[in-house]
Design a protein around this ligand. Sequence first.
Ligand code: SAM
Length: 259
Amino acid sequence: MATHQARKRFGQNFLVDQGVIESIVRAIDPSVGDRMIEIGPGLSALTEPLSARLSKLVAIEIDRDLASRLRNRFSTDKLDVIEADALQVDFSAFGSSLRIVGNLPYNISTPLLFALSQYADSIIDQHFMLQREVVDRMVATPGSGDFSRLSVMLQYRYKMTKLFDVDPSAFDPPPRVVSSIVRMIPLDQNRRRAANEKLFAEVVARAFSQRRKMLRGVLSAWVPMIPWSDLGIEPSLRAEAVSVQAYIGMADALHAQGV
Ligand code: SAM
């Protein structure tokens, strides 16, 4: 088979370390009937062992050459190759009880995580390889320097666990940064929700837009008569000290004030 020249614009770093591949597949733990979707199958490092354990796998690949290789390599009843940009895919078309996996291209990982979060009620779990720095922000707790807008927005929807790190030497070509595997399990339907989720997202975005400043300064510039006593938080706190639940409370209090 002709060799493939890794394309930087598609974030192509292919996994080559067999031990790491096995650890990832073990963490995913596929069962034959799972409805699994792999994003960015590439040269099939994960596709191969996953499809061996599933009756069928769906794979979404943007690179036309790689999509065509996959079609040549796997039978259509084992692998459904969708040549598309995962950011543009309507995941509701795949139904419910989905399991989503992928060694994600790092250049689209944050928008993809946000895009997938709108389908979270149809998803059982997600296992992704991402830059370690991004995973550290996803799982960070309030008060830590990594606690960010990404932490709040994803922890609002998912329970997340960092599983293990992967050294750059496990890839060809090696990326410049260390990677980590993260498990994301959507919170159930009875989770606490903000009364107005758009407002919640705006409060969080505004709070973290100036993370070194006290909330009093940042939010009063937006809502001058902010009812601090109803918000249930100390106005001298900085964005990184406020829990997800407190952000929900803050957004709900603002919503009740007609903001
Ligand atoms: N899964 C393979 C592995 O572990 O070796 C490849 C991982 S590589 C980091 C990322 C893969 O995602 C590449 O195959 C790349 O072509 C594909 N990709 C990049 N952007 C994409 C997008 N927007 N939608 C779908 N696939 C994409």
